[in-house]
Design a protein around this ligand. Structure first.
Ligand code: CGF
Length: 829
């Protein structure tokens, strides 16, 4: 009956855009409806926030309609689907992005204007969905946008943390972390699916059972909680396709309740039930290391089992056996965080579906693929076997069995080379026995991807050398990308208007390769003039923001020089600060006549430090201390300003990137797997000052060395430099700036001592001293170019023109063809 109805609906609505109309009048009517009946405020009196909620519900209705159409169509066509498993998604705000992708932003603005509201102001009412740390999580969000836009039949799965990434509050220059209460005022973008829930089991023991004469393992859990689905529709741009991001929240399970209530311990029973919710309560705020904590493991398994149960349930809805599973299901692991999914699917197939081991294993290997974001063997995730065995006893058994079979296979190939066998083993023996999640992922997946070309080279040489030699065909790379919808259309509408005008089409928003068409106009003085005007307006907006948050007034004639990203020693914010101190020192010691030649700079730094990362927190404090001195020095005035932007997140990036002239990407070569921030700046015509690292190497190839400022040691030079670093001569300029900090020029002498130590006496692991002179030269070249505004603008236009390779559309297309083997499935109605 349902398919009959779907068929009729398709015929009825085939010529129209669903039930809901998108003209300003219809939108306005719907907004008023939601003001009155959803937000429950009088239509004669509601404020910006209430208007935002009503508008969001109006958009959400349209998303739901498209979501239904898309899902019904996918179900009917039964294409191979991609399931993207990620413990982190940094979605940011949804309102602006949804209206852009639905193609109704102008209509919404009109509708609101007539009601006396400004669209842009309502956009500001929305908080960020910050369910992730940094690059990896934002990459997931960009890839979801591309999957929807390119019409791929995909679903994302993740965890609905009640508290996302902590809020960074700066008090007296020190970072303090506060909880992110992002759900406190409700979230109009999600749809709670109380009826879509799965039991999640923990602890307990494994027993053997005889069923029809066959022995099988049964896991008797010690604790059961419930995973409840929250769906977040992801609309594609220029298509009706709307895919789903399903996030799981933990709720107490109904099971076992009666018993505890009956024993009379009512209070404890209720409290224990509430404990279940802690599983999805908080995001781990470190983007590089996880120390085998039980809660983290619970989170991983919780989201993995709910997702795989859901995926298998959907598969079984239209298939009577598992013969076609890997032809219909591609499971993508975003880093090792979801890699227990390999074991969970194995467990379901052998224990619940009674499939024989070898067949189950080949189904698993054919379905799973894995992307690693790590550059060093030390950064790989390990889980203590004891912990895993107590929480997931059956899974540990399966891991041991997989490892045993893998070791047997390896012995046949490598002989009894025990050192190599132990390196490649999934189980790390030692005082504490660990499960190596990366090894598990490599063994259980048919493809392993790096996130840039040089990353794959590092995987081959350093991180997974033995595995790359064993299975060279498994290892590939897909250079990361960013979506131009959010990072250009949403965040820089004026630039987009200009680009469309000069290209004579908006088609580049879907077909990003068209951007290269800008190249032929790069020297056109009219375009250059308009290009500069757009930048100036964006800089004015940013300058207002800076003044509002810091009280510092900055001149838009100065070069806006930006470094925004997580604070890490390898990302070398400290190198930036040393460069700023050097610049300040030079200005202080300059004759008056020399000062007239200085290119004024506004240096902007933003980023969060992991709460337990002391050195990163000291870098933040140093930034504030240096800013305090510089910004209040009358000798310097507008020639140099330094601003720290607190609580850096996706929305802040959307404001800062379009208003930047220069952006810095300073990682010590060989430490950034890819880097995606640089791509967003590139799209927006900001010039890059960067090391040859990660995806920057490919950016250099694309736009040319002469359109950016490249400096520092290269990836292959770093290991040798590191060996020699204690004997390397440190440049005087470097020694001088470090001494200024050490001697207390910026106060807090004792506090900064350990920070100075990281770069002194041969301890300079990230080679700041080595790269310092080359960094200053690159900065000088940037100054010189900035004076020549024609040249600068030309380079800026060429940066945007050359950015198409760094769109996540390209990344997703490559994954679809080379890793997932999926095809578009475009909903026609
Ligand atoms: O993933 C990163 C980022 N920190 O999240 N790693 N992780 N995990 C890398 O360091 C970046 O280089 C990379 O661009 C990003 C996404 O692949």
């Amino acid at each position: 009956r349902r398919s009959g109805f779907a068929g009729r609906a398709e015929r009825m609505f085939g010529l129209m855009d669903g039930f809901l109309k998108n003209d300003p009048w219809s939108l306005q009517k719907d907004v008023m409806h939601h003001v009155e009946y959803t937000v429950a405020r009088s239509r004669f009196s509601f404020d910006d926030f209430e208007a935002y909620l009503a508008l969001s519900h109006t958009i959400r209705d349209r998303l739901i309609e498209r979501w239904h159409d898309t899902q019904v169509y996918f179900k009917r066509k039964d294409p191979k689907r991609l399931y993207f498993l990620s413990l982190e998604f940094l979605m940011g705000r949804s309102l602006s992005n949804s209206t852009v992708n639905l193609g109704i932003k102008d209509q919404c603005a009109d509708a609101l204007n007539q009601l006396g509201f400004e669209f842009e102001q309502l956009v500001e009412q929305e908080g960020d969905a910050a369910l992730g740390n940094g690059g990896l999580a934002r990459l997931s969000a960009c890839q979801m946008d591309s999957l929807a836009t390119l019409d791929f039949p995909a679903w994302g799965y993740g965890l609905r943390y009640q508290f996302g990434l902590f809020r960074q509050v700066i008090l007296d220059g020190f970072q303090h972390e506060q909880p992110d209460y992002w759900l406190n005022f409700g979230n109009p973008w999600e749809i709670e699916r109380i009826h879509v829930s799965y039991a999640v089991k923990f602890y307990g023991a494994v027993e053997e059972e005889l069923l029809n004469g066959v022995k099988r393992k049964v896991w008797i859990p010690g604790e059961t909680v419930e995973a409840v689905a929250y769906d977040n529709p992801i609309p594609g741009y220029g298509t009706r396709n709307t895919i789903n991001l399903r996030l799981w929240a933990a709720k107490p399970s109904g099971e076992g309740d009666m018993e505890s209530y009956n024993t009379g311990d009512y209070i404890n029973a209720v409290v224990n039930r509430q404990r279940a919710e802690t599983i999805s309560s908080v995001l781990y705020p470190d983007d590089r290391s996880y120390q085998g904590k039980e809660l983290r493991l619970k989170q991983q398994y919780f989201f993995v089992t709910a997702s795989t149960q859901d995926i298998i349930r959907r598969y079984k809805d239209s298939h009577s056996n598992f013969d076609d599973f890997s032809n219909k299901v591609a499971l993508q692991l975003n880093d090792t965080h979801p890699s227990l999914a390999i074991i969970e699917v194995m467990r379901i197939l052998i224990d619940e579906e009674n499939i024989e081991w070898n067949r189950a294993w080949s189904i698993v290997c054919d379905s799973f693929s894995f992307t690693t974001h790590t550059v060093s063997p030390e950064g790989l995730e390990k889980i203590p076997a004891d912990l895993l065995g107590s929480l997931l006893p059956r899974h540990l058994e399966i891991i041991y069995e997989i490892n045993f079979l893998f070791m047997e296979e390896l012995k046949k190939k490598l002989g009894l080379n025990y050192s190599q066998l132990s390196q490649m083993s999934i189980v790390e023996e030692g005082a504490v026995k660990n499960i190596r999640m990366a090894n598990l992922s490599i063994v259980g997946c048919h493809a392993v991807n790096g996130v840039s070309r040089v990353h794959l080279e590092l995987l081959k040489k350093r991180v997974f050398k033995d595995f790359c030699e064993l299975w060279p065909q498994k290892f590939q790379y897909k250079t990361n990308g960013a979506t131009q919808r959010r990072w250009m259309v949403v965040s820089n509408p004026n630039l987009c208007g200009l680009i469309s005008k000069w290209l004579g089409t908006e088609a580049w928003i879907r077909d990003v390769d068209l951007l290269i068409g800008l190249k032929e106009f790069a020297s056109n003085t009219d375009l250059q003039h308009e290009w500069r005007m757009v930048k100036r307006v964006n800089k004015m907006r940013l300058a207002e923001y800076i003044e509002a948050i810091s009280g510092v007034k900055v001149s838009v004639d100065a070069m806006f020089d930006v470094q925004i990203k997580r604070i890490h020693e390898y990302k070398r914010q400290l190198l930036n600060l040393f460069g700023i101190i050097h610049r300040y020192d030079c200005i202080k010691n300059m004759e008056k006549s020399g000062k007239t030649k200085v290119v004024p700079r506004v240096c902007i730094i933003g980023g969060k430090a992991a709460p337990g990362y002391e050195i990163a927190k000291k870098i933040i404090k140093l930034c504030h201390a240096v800013a305090e001195t510089i910004n209040n020095d009358p000798d310097v005035g507008d020639l140099l300003k330094l601003v720290f932007i607190p609580d850096y997140n996706v929305s802040v990036a959307e404001l800062v990137i379009p208003g930047s002239d220069l952006s810095q990407h300073l990682s010590t070569a060989g430490h950034e797997a890819s880097g995606t921030g640089s791509m967003k700046f590139l799209m927006n015509g900001c010039l890059l000052l960067a090391t040859s690292d990660g995806s920057t190497i490919e950016i250099i190839e694309e736009i040319g060395n002469d359109n950016m400022f490249v400096f520092g040691a290269k990836v292959d030079e770093v290991p040798a430099l590191r060996e020699m670093k204690s004997s390397l001569k440190v440049p005087l300029q470097f020694a001088r700036v470090v001494r200024m900090v050490r001697d207390g020029y910026f106060g807090h002498k004792d506090y900064f001592e350990s920070l100075c130590k990281t770069v002194e006496n041969g301890g300079d692991f990230y080679l700041l001293g080595n790269d310092f002179m080359s960094y200053l030269e690159a900065q000088a070249a940037a100054d010189k170019t900035f004076v020549d505004q024609e040249k600068w603008t030309r380079m800026s236009i060429l940066s945007s023109a050359g950015s198409s390779r760094f769109s996540s559309d390209r990344t997703i297309q490559e994954y679809a063809e080379k890793t997932w083997n999926i095809e578009p499935c475009k909903c026609p109605f």
